[in-house]
Design a protein around this ligand. Sequence first.
Ligand code: 2AM
Ligand code: CA
Length: 278
Amino acid sequence: MSDNPNTIGGKSFTAVAINCASKAGEWIKSRIGQFAAPDLKFSKHDLVTEVDKGSERLIRNLVATHYPTHSFLGEEGVEPGPEASAQSIAKMGGSEYLWIVDPVDGTTNYVHGFPFYSVSIALAYRGEVIVGVIYDPSRDELFVAEKGKGAYVHGKRMQVSAEPALAQSLLATGFPAEHLSALPRNLKQTLALAPQVRNIRSSGSAALHMAYVAAGRLTGFWEVGLNAWDLAAGALMIAESGGIVTDQNGHPYSLGVRDIAASNGLIHDEFLKALADA
Ligand code: 2AM
Ligand code: CA
């Protein structure tokens, strides 16, 4: 191992994460035409699962080539459902080095050809995120954050937005797939927040929404029932861009957080209160 804890064999963790995200992103994009076939409707799930799985395999293999001893948590390696997701984080969150990967964040968009999806890759050291990379292949935008070193898009330092209050805010959310408790909660929150803010977007990729908060394009983002692979990279990015990321009770972000509230910091108290009052 080299003297610098961020490098093994000369290649930095961040360089490997960037390489993985851009390779996977280009590959996903190259496959998009294949879903325009008429059999889309009947085999949608399988086809998408194949792309998701292929992207995850690519990233997993690349990470293992550089860091064979590191742990790996990918969305496609975990059984569906909140219990399995929470368990996997509880089990793996304490690993020395843990790569946390969403090989396609925004799968529904991807299937429909709506160009808002991403590859999200985080590296945690003993439970703390130290590298976060989110790649948007549709716009060829790469968002990169390193713990203590800032966050960048197109090599330019990111900074959260300056809106001082909800009244000036552009927020984003996601409508949860779980319709018994998460969706009704989100809808109540949306109903409560909509009249208080400039507007609300729901663009379908939690990771990209997080990157947009870091870049100052959104004032804040909230969602119910997400997983570490949707959030870990973006959470570091927002923190390194001067924003705040907590759960919806105001506890600081950690890998187990599922109900997220992220903002430029200036609106955070007001944002949390509005969510709690909903
Ligand atoms: P995905 O595309 O990787 O599944 C959209 O609101 C966000 O919610 C996306 O980031 C999406 O990630 C995530 N998402 C979609 N279905 C989900 C589910 N069943 N449980 C948790 N998150 C989900
Ligand atoms: Ca996914």
